[in-house]
Design a protein around this ligand. Structure first.
Ligand SMILES: *Cc1c(COP(=O)(O)O)cnc(C)c1O
Length: 407
């Protein structure tokens, strides 16, 4: 099991288990696992990486994980010799079976297990524009944990599970994702409720970090480059942290530089892109190619955050237009023969740009994180339970009142 010390990235001070913050600054916390070397366990799904997950037990029914494979179709189109794809979704032929079709399933499972380890009895509160809420709805349905979801009305159609829904309260927010987050923040600070912690939650980050672990184990070394579409950029932090652990392990070619992060955002809603490039941000646009990629307050400047991850890996950030992403999505789907979500298409477009700019060469070992896909396949193969909203609210007070009356 994953035994660890919890340390502040900024000054290395050790914090009590399950802390989310540091005493002296806004630093992220990081797990320092007792096992220096990663021993793959004979356990289902991501639990095979339990040495480097902050959990004591496992959720046996949560059997999903990343699948890493060497691309042929897209690699040929892009003239790349060593393109590896981390597929995070549903694709039975490749044994990819993330139950809600995105890598948010990798975050939800260890987060839920950590709550179980802790004996947490309060209701978990999650705000999301879609994929995170769906992932938590699934895992909570497996474990019976009480869950309160704040989801913008526009995203309700994304709320489904392939298992019978558990004790889930779905609150439809009349507003956008930011409104949903702000309402959730108010509610989760009340008695009887607990936040999931976002980027500060090591279980979320180390769950996503299994993408890098799976790739390194499959390829036999860490990649030269890592491409991912980001909203908060937490996946980028996770990939960096996982590669630090792999370097320290010593068996994955520690002499290599850390995998360079290539993070892609969908402009104009791209705060990480503008901040990294020191550009004046373009005005926010209501409609975007994939709104799961929008986050107004990404964990950018705190110690251990996105900026540190980019600096440490000599990383790059790309601004991708809707049109570039749409064309990249077609190219991917035709060459790899599986449907993908719009978000990872933004990463595919960034890879194309990197090739054009000669930031990667045809022989480099490249890891492309397809953060979600196989939704069309899933809909063919499984019947889904659509989650119905329990209430629609326009203020957090309304939500709190509703939750109090219900308990
Ligand atoms: C959440 C999400 C992302 C972005 O993840 P970060 O938290 O910014 O790393 C990318 N793709 C999909 C499909 C997502 O659901």
């Amino acid at each position: 099991m994953g035994e660890y010390l919890l340390r502040c990235v900024s000054d290395g001070s050790v914090r009590p288990p399950y802390s989310l913050s540091c005493p002296h600054d806004s630093s992220l916390l990081r797990a320092e696992y007792k096992s220096r070397q990663l021993e793959i366990k004979d356990l289902p799904g991501i639990w095979r990486f339990i040495d480097w997950l902050p959990v004591k037990g496992i959720i046996e029914k949560a059997t999903g994980r990343s699948v890493t494979y060497k691309s042929q179709g897209l690699a040929r189109e892009l003239d790349l010799e060593n393109l590896y794809i981390s597929f995070n979704g549903y694709w039975p032929e490749k044994h990819a079976s993330l139950p809600t079709c995105s890598f948010k399933d990798l975050e939800a499972a260890p987060t839920m297990q950590m709550l179980l380890d802790k004996g947490e009895r309060s209701s978990l509160v999650v705000a999301s524009a879609g994929n995170t809420a769906r992932a938590f709805a699934h895992i909570a349905s497996l474990t019976g944990q009480e869950l309160v979801l704040f989801v913008p009305e526009k995203a309700l159609e994304r709320m489904w599970t392939i298992v019978p829904p558990g004790r889930i309260t779905l609150i439809a927010v009349k507003g956008d994702y930011l409104d949903a987050i702000q309402m959730a923040e108010k509610v989760q600070s009340r008695k009887g409720f607990t936040p999931e912690g976002g980027a500060r939650n090591i279980a979320r980050r180390d769950g996503m970090g299994t993408v890098m672990l799976d790739a390194a184990v499959t390829i036999g070394r860490t990649p030269d480059h890592y491409f991912q579409a980001v909203g908060s950029g937490t996946g980028g932090i996770s990939a960096w942290e996982a590669s630090l652990r792999l370097k320290n392990d010593g068996r994955f070619h520690p002499e290599l530089p850390l995998p360079r992060l290539h993070l892609a955002q969908n402009i104009p809603n791209a705060p990480i892109y503008y901040a990294w490039k020191a550009l004046e941000p373009e005005p926010y646009q209501e409609e975007m190619f994939d709104d799961v990629l929008f986050n107004r307050k990404p964990p950018l400047d705190m110690p251990g955050g996105v900026r540190d991850a980019l600096k440490a890996t000599e990383g790059m950030v790309y601004g991708i237009t809707d049109r570039e992403a749409s064309k990249a999505r077609d190219l991917f789907e035709q060459s790899e023969e599986i449907d993908i979500l719009n978000a990872p298409a933004v990463a595919v477009a960034a890879l194309q740009k990197a090739i054009e700019a000669k930031s990667v060469s045809s022989k480099d070992i490249i890891l492309l994180n397809i953060t979600g896909g196989g939704m069309a396949r899933m809909k063919e193969d499984h019947s889904r339970h659509m989650l119905q909203p329990d209430v629609a609210v326009s203020s957090w007070e309304d939500a709190a009142l509703f939750l109090e009356e219900g308990s």
